[in-house]
Design a protein around this ligand. Sequence first.
Ligand code: NAP
Length: 232
Amino acid sequence: MPILGYGTLKLGSQKETQKAVEEALEVGYRLFDTAQSYLNEEGVGYALKATGVKREELFITAKLFAANYKKVGDTKKTYKESCKKLGIEYADLFLIHQPIGDVYQAYREMQELYKDKEVRAIGVSNFYPARFMDLYLNFEIKPAVNQIECHPIFQQEKVLELAKSLNVQLEAHSPLYQTRDNILKNSVLSNIAKKHKKNGGTGDFKMAHTKRHSSHTKDFKKRKNDRKSKHF
Ligand SMILES: NC(=O)c1ccc[n+]([C@@H]2O[C@H](COP(=O)([O-])OP(=O)(O)OC[C@H]3O[C@@H](n4cnc5c(N)ncnc54)[C@H](OP(=O)(O)O)[C@@H]3O)[C@@H](O)[C@H]2O)c1
């Protein structure tokens, strides 16, 4: 799983999403974090279909939206619909987006998808320790990833500690705190960035990755000529 990925939340219309993902591919991103609730899987799919990058070099995450698993069979059905929109035969990672609704039935079907080799890995998002442990202890195939909000202002030490002890990959979403509270001008981050001759956002990444999170942002827009390797 690449350590730094490209998030596809709020990229605009399907065409705008396509353009953004094409540019992200061009600057070197290979992990794309998608979700049914972002309503732009088709746009991501147009870019993935058009790219010359080989499928095995890409890491595509899909996320299951709570409204899409109301009854038995829904999870498998909606997963296949997402793959179709994304133009892929399988997702590298399929996550329950939030601990809402009948997550047991949803995860049961995800486990079957995994056993049938229709998805490479399964996991959850926004599951805090109690909900996470409940799922972890009650299923044979353990969640490979827990994707949660995590950044210097909200470091999630307990969730990270738990994930490490269970050999589960913690993945940070909104790693730049959505630039709230002027985070990119935070003096600690600015000093880390200065030390590495990068900007405030990169200071944040450096801190996150020192803690071995995987994370994603849509930050390339501000530094189109940058390459992900230059972050570190
Ligand atoms: N699982 C979940 O529930 C969940 C929830 C939220 C997000 N996510 C995922 O995480 C991804 C990233 O999260 P996010 O977009 O919410 O928040 P974020 O990455 O923390 O922040 C994005 C904001 O930071 C700005 N930015 C990025 N790099 C910058 C830099 N170097 N200098 C200045 N500004 C910079 C972006 O500007 P521009 O707009 O100009 O690029 C954008 O406004 C999403 O796309 C999505 O895939 C998942």
